[in-house]
Design a binder for this molecule. Structure first.
Ligand code: GUN
Length: 169
């Protein structure tokens, strides 16, 4: 596990090797944030990573949102998630659904995707199964712009927890 001091001294490749997975399938966030080193604290590193994401084009942000797997979706059932996603979905109990619960998730995921054109994003480690389903229902009534903004906010929370997992203090 690296210390922040190690990351501040790391070359670009090592920096991306350590942090490239914080944003799902999107190592470009770490790659571009490397230019902003050194970071005074873990919080400053997270802020810088999020600023990189926020400064990206809307297209790139959409691609980042779309890089996330559905919760209890097809990739999860086929066990094709990244290691981090597998852990995140399990922490919300999504790997232990009954057939009925799975059917509800599938229906809700499909309805959300059909309305917004991207998957439903919520930080699974901060929400239990029932809270996720409630949020899916409630957020389905939002506008695409509201959901786009909410998705980026949740991605920041996911990245913070992933960073805390790997950073030794
Ligand atoms: N899709 C929706 N929520 C999450 C999450 O917390 N982690 C990952 N990897 N994908 C998601």
């Amino acid at each position: 596990m690296p210390l922040l001091a190690d990351l501040n001294k790391a070359d670009r490749a090592a920096f991306v090797a350590a942090l490239g997975h914080l944003f799902e399938h999107s190592p470009w966030v770490a790659e571009e944030t490397w230019l902003k080193r050194p970071f005074a604290s873990a919080e400053a590193l997270h802020t810088a990573l999020c600023a990189t994401m926020r400064a990206a084009s809307r297209d790139r942000q959409l691609t980042l949102i779309r890089a996330h797997p559905d919760l209890a979706g097809r990739l999860a059932q086929q066990k094709k998630l990244t290691a981090e996603s597998t852990r995140e979905q399990a922490s919300a109990g999504l790997d232990q659904l009954t057939d009925e619960e799975l059917a509800v998730f599938t229906r809700q995921n499909d309805a959300y995707q059909a309305k917004f054109g991207f998957p439903f994003i919520i930080c699974a480690r901060l929400n239990a199964k029932s809270a996720i389903l409630t949020a899916m229902q409630a957020r389905g009534g939002n506008t695409p712009d509201q959901e786009f903004a909410t998705a980026l906010g949740e991605i920041e929370k996911i990245a913070r927890l992933r960073m805390q997992d790997i950073l030794k203090s």
